[in-house]
Design a binder for this molecule. Structure first.
Ligand code: 5GP
Ligand code: MG
Length: 176
Protein backbone atom coordinates (compact mmCIF):
# COMPACT_ATOMS: atom_id res chain seq x y z
CA UNK A 1 0.00 0.00 0.00
CA UNK A 2 1.05 3.56 -0.70
CA UNK A 3 0.85 6.62 1.54
CA UNK A 4 0.62 10.27 0.72
CA UNK A 5 0.84 13.14 3.20
CA UNK A 6 -2.29 15.28 2.96
CA UNK A 7 -1.64 17.67 5.83
CA UNK A 8 1.54 18.39 7.76
CA UNK A 9 1.57 19.33 11.45
CA UNK A 10 1.91 22.96 10.42
CA UNK A 11 -1.11 22.71 8.12
CA UNK A 12 -3.20 21.01 10.80
CA UNK A 13 -2.37 23.79 13.23
CA UNK A 14 -3.14 26.56 10.75
CA UNK A 15 -6.34 24.81 9.75
CA UNK A 16 -7.56 24.53 13.34
CA UNK A 17 -6.86 28.25 13.83
CA UNK A 18 -8.86 29.09 10.72
CA UNK A 19 -11.76 26.89 11.83
CA UNK A 20 -11.80 28.61 15.23
CA UNK A 21 -11.91 31.93 13.40
CA UNK A 22 -14.83 30.76 11.27
CA UNK A 23 -16.74 29.85 14.42
CA UNK A 24 -16.07 33.32 15.84
CA UNK A 25 -17.23 34.90 12.58
CA UNK A 26 -20.56 33.12 12.92
CA UNK A 27 -20.99 33.29 16.67
CA UNK A 28 -19.30 36.50 17.72
CA UNK A 29 -18.56 36.30 21.44
CA UNK A 30 -19.56 32.62 21.39
CA UNK A 31 -22.01 33.27 24.21
CA UNK A 32 -24.08 30.14 23.60
CA UNK A 33 -21.46 28.00 21.86
CA UNK A 34 -20.55 24.59 23.29
CA UNK A 35 -18.21 22.02 21.80
CA UNK A 36 -18.76 18.27 21.60
CA UNK A 37 -16.01 15.96 20.37
CA UNK A 38 -16.66 12.52 18.94
CA UNK A 39 -14.55 9.79 20.54
CA UNK A 40 -10.85 9.68 20.21
CA UNK A 41 -9.45 12.14 17.73
CA UNK A 42 -12.60 14.24 17.47
CA UNK A 43 -12.23 14.76 21.22
CA UNK A 44 -8.59 15.83 20.80
CA UNK A 45 -9.54 18.32 18.10
CA UNK A 46 -12.47 19.58 20.19
CA UNK A 47 -10.07 20.25 23.08
CA UNK A 48 -7.75 22.27 20.82
CA UNK A 49 -10.69 24.21 19.48
CA UNK A 50 -11.96 24.94 22.97
CA UNK A 51 -8.60 26.47 23.92
CA UNK A 52 -8.47 28.57 20.73
CA UNK A 53 -12.05 29.78 21.13
CA UNK A 54 -11.68 30.61 24.80
CA UNK A 55 -8.65 32.73 23.96
CA UNK A 56 -10.48 34.59 21.21
CA UNK A 57 -13.83 34.93 22.94
CA UNK A 58 -12.37 35.59 26.40
CA UNK A 59 -14.90 33.31 28.04
CA UNK A 60 -15.21 29.71 29.08
CA UNK A 61 -16.73 27.46 26.43
CA UNK A 62 -18.53 24.34 27.69
CA UNK A 63 -17.21 21.07 26.29
CA UNK A 64 -18.15 17.41 26.28
CA UNK A 65 -17.70 14.19 24.39
CA UNK A 66 -19.60 11.43 22.66
CA UNK A 67 -18.33 7.89 22.46
CA UNK A 68 -19.65 6.21 19.34
CA UNK A 69 -18.54 2.73 18.36
CA UNK A 70 -17.98 1.86 14.75
CA UNK A 71 -18.41 -1.60 13.33
CA UNK A 72 -17.48 -0.51 9.85
CA UNK A 73 -16.94 -4.02 8.50
CA UNK A 74 -20.58 -4.81 9.13
CA UNK A 75 -21.84 -1.74 7.37
CA UNK A 76 -23.51 -3.41 4.44
CA UNK A 77 -26.68 -1.38 4.69
CA UNK A 78 -27.98 1.81 6.19
CA UNK A 79 -29.82 -0.26 8.78
CA UNK A 80 -26.53 -0.89 10.55
CA UNK A 81 -25.88 2.11 12.75
CA UNK A 82 -22.88 3.24 14.71
CA UNK A 83 -23.55 2.48 18.36
CA UNK A 84 -23.67 5.19 20.98
CA UNK A 85 -21.74 4.03 24.04
CA UNK A 86 -21.30 6.89 26.40
CA UNK A 87 -22.25 10.51 26.37
CA UNK A 88 -20.33 12.86 28.62
CA UNK A 89 -22.15 16.15 28.60
CA UNK A 90 -21.92 17.83 31.98
CA UNK A 91 -23.50 21.12 30.98
CA UNK A 92 -27.02 22.16 30.10
CA UNK A 93 -27.34 21.84 26.32
CA UNK A 94 -30.72 23.58 26.15
CA UNK A 95 -30.43 26.68 23.98
CA UNK A 96 -26.79 25.99 23.13
CA UNK A 97 -25.21 26.32 19.72
CA UNK A 98 -23.44 22.98 19.64
CA UNK A 99 -20.36 22.52 17.48
CA UNK A 100 -19.94 18.80 16.92
CA UNK A 101 -16.32 17.91 16.13
CA UNK A 102 -14.90 14.88 14.35
CA UNK A 103 -11.67 14.11 12.56
CA UNK A 104 -13.04 12.59 9.37
CA UNK A 105 -16.47 12.78 7.72
CA UNK A 106 -17.27 9.83 5.47
CA UNK A 107 -20.74 8.24 5.08
CA UNK A 108 -22.40 10.55 7.61
CA UNK A 109 -23.63 7.71 9.81
CA UNK A 110 -21.59 8.72 12.82
CA UNK A 111 -22.96 12.25 12.58
CA UNK A 112 -26.47 10.86 12.44
CA UNK A 113 -25.87 8.76 15.56
CA UNK A 114 -24.28 11.73 17.31
CA UNK A 115 -27.30 13.91 16.53
CA UNK A 116 -29.58 11.29 17.98
CA UNK A 117 -27.53 11.19 21.19
CA UNK A 118 -27.47 14.99 21.45
CA UNK A 119 -31.19 15.37 20.86
CA UNK A 120 -31.87 12.68 23.48
CA UNK A 121 -29.99 14.87 25.90
CA UNK A 122 -31.86 18.12 25.52
CA UNK A 123 -32.89 20.92 23.22
CA UNK A 124 -29.97 22.78 21.72
CA UNK A 125 -30.63 25.94 19.73
CA UNK A 126 -28.68 24.49 16.82
CA UNK A 127 -26.09 21.86 16.00
CA UNK A 128 -23.22 22.49 13.61
CA UNK A 129 -20.62 20.04 12.34
CA UNK A 130 -16.88 20.66 12.16
CA UNK A 131 -14.47 18.13 10.63
CA UNK A 132 -10.77 18.22 9.93
CA UNK A 133 -11.20 16.13 6.77
CA UNK A 134 -14.20 15.56 4.51
CA UNK A 135 -13.38 12.52 2.41
CA UNK A 136 -16.70 12.27 0.58
CA UNK A 137 -18.86 9.15 -0.07
CA UNK A 138 -21.87 10.32 1.90
CA UNK A 139 -24.74 7.87 2.37
CA UNK A 140 -26.91 10.31 4.30
CA UNK A 141 -27.78 13.97 3.70
CA UNK A 142 -25.08 15.28 6.02
CA UNK A 143 -22.82 18.27 5.38
CA UNK A 144 -20.21 19.89 7.59
CA UNK A 145 -20.47 23.60 8.45
CA UNK A 146 -16.74 23.91 9.02
CA UNK A 147 -14.33 21.83 6.92
CA UNK A 148 -10.57 21.72 7.37
CA UNK A 149 -9.82 20.06 4.08
CA UNK A 150 -11.91 18.33 1.42
CA UNK A 151 -10.12 15.33 0.01
CA UNK A 152 -11.03 13.17 -2.97
CA UNK A 153 -10.77 9.57 -1.89
CA UNK A 154 -11.69 6.20 -3.24
CA UNK A 155 -14.09 4.27 -1.12
CA UNK A 156 -11.48 1.69 -0.19
CA UNK A 157 -8.81 4.20 0.73
CA UNK A 158 -8.25 5.34 4.28
CA UNK A 159 -7.35 8.68 5.77
CA UNK A 160 -5.01 8.26 8.74
CA UNK A 161 -5.16 11.14 11.18
CA UNK A 162 -2.21 11.28 13.58
CA UNK A 163 -2.41 13.77 16.43
CA UNK A 164 0.34 14.46 18.95
CA UNK A 165 -2.06 13.89 21.87
CA UNK A 166 -2.15 10.16 21.17
CA UNK A 167 0.24 9.44 18.31
CA UNK A 168 3.98 9.81 17.99
CA UNK A 169 3.60 12.10 15.02
CA UNK A 170 1.19 14.72 13.77
CA UNK A 171 -0.01 14.53 10.18
CA UNK A 172 -2.85 13.42 7.93
CA UNK A 173 -1.99 10.64 5.49
CA UNK A 174 -3.93 9.01 2.66
CA UNK A 175 -3.33 5.27 2.43
CA UNK A 176 -4.52 3.09 -0.41
P1 5GP B 1 -18.88 8.07 8.82
O1 5GP B 1 -19.72 7.69 9.98
O2 5GP B 1 -19.16 9.45 8.31
O3 5GP B 1 -18.91 7.03 7.75
O4 5GP B 1 -17.39 8.04 9.32
C1 5GP B 1 -16.96 9.00 10.20
C2 5GP B 1 -16.40 8.37 11.43
O5 5GP B 1 -15.59 7.27 11.12
C3 5GP B 1 -15.54 9.37 12.14
O6 5GP B 1 -15.68 9.23 13.53
C4 5GP B 1 -14.15 9.04 11.68
O7 5GP B 1 -13.25 9.15 12.74
C5 5GP B 1 -14.25 7.61 11.18
N1 5GP B 1 -13.74 7.50 9.81
C6 5GP B 1 -14.39 7.22 8.69
N2 5GP B 1 -13.58 7.15 7.63
C7 5GP B 1 -12.37 7.41 8.11
C8 5GP B 1 -11.07 7.50 7.52
O8 5GP B 1 -10.85 7.33 6.32
N3 5GP B 1 -10.05 7.81 8.37
C9 5GP B 1 -10.24 8.03 9.71
N4 5GP B 1 -9.17 8.36 10.44
N5 5GP B 1 -11.43 7.94 10.29
C10 5GP B 1 -12.48 7.64 9.50
MG1 MG C 1 -13.78 8.74 14.75
Amino acid sequence: SESKVLMTAEEISRTMDRLAMEIVERHGNCESVAILGIQRRGVDLAARLKVALEKRAQREIPGGQLDINLYRDDWTSLEVQPQINKTEIFFDIDGKDIVLVDDVLFTGRTTRAALEAILDFGRPNRVELLVLVDRGHRELPVAADYVGKTIDTRRGEHVDVYLSERDEREEVVLTN
